[in-house]
Design a protein around this ligand. Structure first.
Ligand SMILES: [Zn+2]
Length: 450
């Protein structure tokens, strides 16, 4: 396929406003799903469309041969909303190129990355009429809303979807031209806490001093989550934490992403976190307790002398292997219940959970992925990193399909995913197509999962 055709097809893919969270874009989501199915069919995969209670899942299958490994490549065709629209330099669903960068909503997350894989499969099938492995492509339309229908779909189709390994490109390289292999993710526990004192807001002059202030109680509870070195003080919180390995600590110190870059990215006056660890170690491999939102009392202009009736805060706890989200959720709930004074009522509402994830990057298909990345960037050793975020589907692939996931990000750290002016380097279509080809070849060479 000529470069012009590749680009025009990529732009067609980007023109669908496939915003999964917004029902006014439903028709575009469905048209985009159909486009993906047609594209997979046109390159020689056996493509099928599966309806779900939400948006369709598209499956593409390559030629099947007994005895060789089966690889499932996952991606998503849905995108995030575009607001605030005024900050975009061009219309988000009218893609264009400037200085080698394609700008459009979904350019990186995830249309560019999954399209690159499709191109790699297309090239290999055109040249050889076959792929080195049995291939399943699974491209869904609900990733940006938490993939509510993916796990039931995996359950229902677990025999047809049985595979030796999953590969996903839906994350960033650590720096331009720096091959990156992500082998760990943090998990998550969310809770919301409401502290209630008097049954209505009171006059702080008439009652202040006699009645407990829920905002003060909540502040004390929040402060009690950490000690002065920012270690989380909850009983048993660290009991199952897998220690960082010596090789990780050594390797991460040499990565082209250090504290200065983090300061620049965050705009914070200084970095801070649990004592005894570097910033990357704390983000990638250590658990946290974070307040995500807090509210109580009067927040309008000027003064209002009120003793608020309630105070609330939202929390997420990022978890690392081998912490169990259900167990940490119980520990967190117990902390708030136990430490609330009798002068208030505390309700703790558990929210969603996600398992942490970790594979040995040097074992099995991890080694194959590293070889593929090494071929992509000759002479460069892939950065072996973990990520601080949570990708719940990775744990679902593990628990339902019993397959590990290779996370091979193809976008750049400043790609503006989920933000205005999302970009993807046009050269990364070719880069990703080559990664796809090398990866499938190296997995074939590594053989089936023992
Ligand atoms: Zn996203």
């Amino acid at each position: 396929m000529s470069a012009d055709v590749v680009l025009s097809q990529f732009f067609d893919f980007l023109r669908f406003s496939s915003i999964s969270t917004d029902s006014t874009h439903q028709a575009q989501v469905l048209e985009c799903a159909e486009w993906v199915k047609q594209k997979l069919t046109s390159i020689g995969l056996e493509a099928s469309r599966h309806e779900t209670p939400g948006h369709p899942i598209i499956i593409g299958r390559g030629p099947w041969k007994k005895g060789r490994p089966t690889v499932l490549i996952y991606g998503h065709y849905d995108v995030q909303p575009v607001d605030p629209i005024s900050l975009w330099h061009r219309a988000p669903f009218n893609p264009g190129i400037q200085d080698g960068m394609v700008t459009a909503r979904g350019a990186s997350d995830n249309k560019g990355q999954i399209f690159a894989h499709i191109l790699g499969v297309e090239q290999a099938l055109k040249e050889k009429g076959d792929l080195p492995v049995n291939l399943i492509m699974l491209i869904e339309g609900e990733e940006e809303i938490g993939s509510p229908n993916l796990a039931p779909f995996l359950h229902a189709h677990r025999e047809e979807l049985a595979c030796d390994v999953v590969a996903i490109s839906d994350s960033a390289m650590i720096a331009p031209n720096h091959p990156t292999f992500t082998y760990g993710l943090r998990g998550l526990v969310a809770v919301e806490v409401t502290v209630t004192g008097p049954d209505h807001d009171l006059h702080s002059g008439v009652f202040g001093g006699a009645v407990e202030n829920p905002a003060t109680v909540l502040a004390r509870l929040i402060a009690g989550l950490h000690d002065r070195n920012l270690k989380v003080k909850l009983d048993g919180f660290y009991a199952d934490v897998k220690p960082l390995q010596a090789w990780e600590r050594k390797a991460w110190k040499r990565l082209p992403l250090q504290e200065r870059a983090l300061l620049k990215m965050t705009g914070s006056p200084a970095l801070r976190g649990e004592k005894g660890f570097t910033a990357l170690e704390r983000i990638w491999a250590w658990p946290t307790a974070e307040v995500n939102g807090i509210g109580s009392g009067y927040q309008g202009e000027g003064t209002k002398t009120v003793l608020p009736s309630t105070a609330m805060a939202k929390f997420t706890f990022r978890l690392v292997p081998d912490q169990d989200p259900a167990k940490i959720s119980r520990i967190v709930q117990a902390y708030f219940k136990k430490n609330a004074p009798p002068s208030v009522k505390v309700t703790v509402t558990p929210g969603h959970c996600g398992e942490p994830y970790l594979v040995d990057p040097n074992a099995g298909f991890g080694a194959a992925a590293q070889k593929a990345l090494g071929r992509l960037f000759p002479g460069k050793k892939p950065a072996l990193i973990r990520e601080g975020g949570t990708i719940p589907i990775v744990a679902e692939f593990k628990s339902i399909l019993k397959a590990d996931t290779l996370l091979l990000g193809l976008c750049l750290p400043d790609c503006n995913a989920h933000s205005p002016n999302e970009t993807f380097p046009i050269s990364h279509l070719n880069l990703g197509a080559n990664l796809n080809r090398y990866l499938l070849e190296e997995i074939a060479a590594a053989g089936r999962k023992k």
